[in-house]
Design a protein around this ligand. Structure first.
Ligand SMILES: [Zn+2]
Ligand SMILES: [Zn+2]
Length: 123
């Protein structure tokens, strides 16, 4: 791991908001002011490929977001401010097997994306 890559990984892991590359660059530059855009993108790519972080396409999917929490979990996306929250819920196995049964696939994993309005955006 290069120091830049370490800095990118630390920035993703320290964030609770599933930051975009832009947000990660801003964060990394507070400790490594000279780091370039291309280096950050390359680091993100390597970290995703090695399974240290996850790349997410949530909401309208226009912007890739990065997740330092690689344990299995699901997401709630606020349609107002587009903040992304981690949640852990288990679907009943009958629901999972019903979905797989419709297309004859043995399901071994799934990702859930819930959408709604957060406390701040309801008001
Ligand atoms: Zn919101
Ligand atoms: Zn997450």
């Amino acid at each position: 791991m290069t120091p830049q890559r370490e800095a990118v990984l630390a920035a993703v892991r320290s964030s609770r908001v599933h930051p975009s590359a832009e947000e990660i660059i801003r964060q990394v530059r507070t400790t490594s002011p000279g780091i370039g855009l291309a280096t950050v993108y390359r680091s993100l790519d390597v970290l995703v490929r090695s399974g240290r972080i996850t790349e997410l396409r949530l909401g309208d999917g226009a912007v890739a977001r990065y997740d330092g929490n690689v344990r299995r979990h699901d997401h709630v996306v606020c349609s107002g401010c587009e903040r992304v929250f981690d949640v852990e819920v288990d679907l009943p196995s009958s629901v999972v097997s019903a979905a797989g049964g419709q297309v004859d696939v043995d399901i071994d994993d799934y990702d859930l994306e819930f959408r709604g309005r957060c406390e701040r955006c309801r008001g």
